[in-house]
Design a protein around this ligand. Structure first.
Ligand SMILES: N[C@@H](CCC(=O)N[C@@H](CS)C(=O)NCC(=O)O)C(=O)O
Length: 146
């Protein structure tokens, strides 16, 4: 967009929330730069990053000095502030409400359960820790139920 600096996204692609931001930026060709913050190294807890997000969480977006956290808010901000195709976040109130309905559900349900599956199936084994098969089974059952 003319006269507008590229947005800056602070991300760690191990995070689903961060991947969603990057996919959205790329898919919509929104000019951006990425600052990689490694959660495994605790880089989200540095004093510098804490100034940006006192909650010490990723993702964070900075757009012309405007700092925004929470992936859901970031995606909806980008869809509103940039000229993205209407299907992403429709202007018609009823259609928009359907998107909000799903993202609210996703945040408290699907995302929570899939994070748990990812933890038990991928992250713990990669970190050399044993997965508890019962916990994995429960996480998978919760995911299917929600
Ligand atoms: N509700 C937040 C979740 C933020 C969050 O929990 N981010 C995780 C990565 S998915 C994080 O930064 N974890 C690092 C930590 O807790 O120290 C969003 O959707 O942006």
């Amino acid at each position: 967009m003319a006269g507008r600096q590229a947005v800056k996204a602070y991300l760690d692609l191990v995070s689903q929330a961060c991947r969603a931001i990057l996919i959205f930026l790329k898919d919509n060709k929104i000019p951006h730069t990425v600052e990689n913050i490694a959660i495994r190294k605790g880089e989200q807890k540095t004093p510098e990053f804490t100034k940006l997000n006192p909650m010490q969480k990723l993702p964070v977006l900075v757009d012309n000095g405007f700092v925004l956290t929470e992936s859901d808010a970031i995606l909806k901000y980008l869809a509103t502030a940039y000229n993205v195709p209407d299907h992403w976040y429709p202007k018609l109130p009823e259609k928009r409400a359907r998107v909000d309905e799903y993202t609210a559900w996703n945040h408290a349900n699907t995302r929570t359960h899939i994070s748990s599956v990812f933890l038990h199936e991928v992250l713990l084994p990669r970190m050399g820790q044993q997965t508890n098969p019962e916990e994995l089974e429960k996480a998978l059952a919760d995911l299917v139920a929600h």
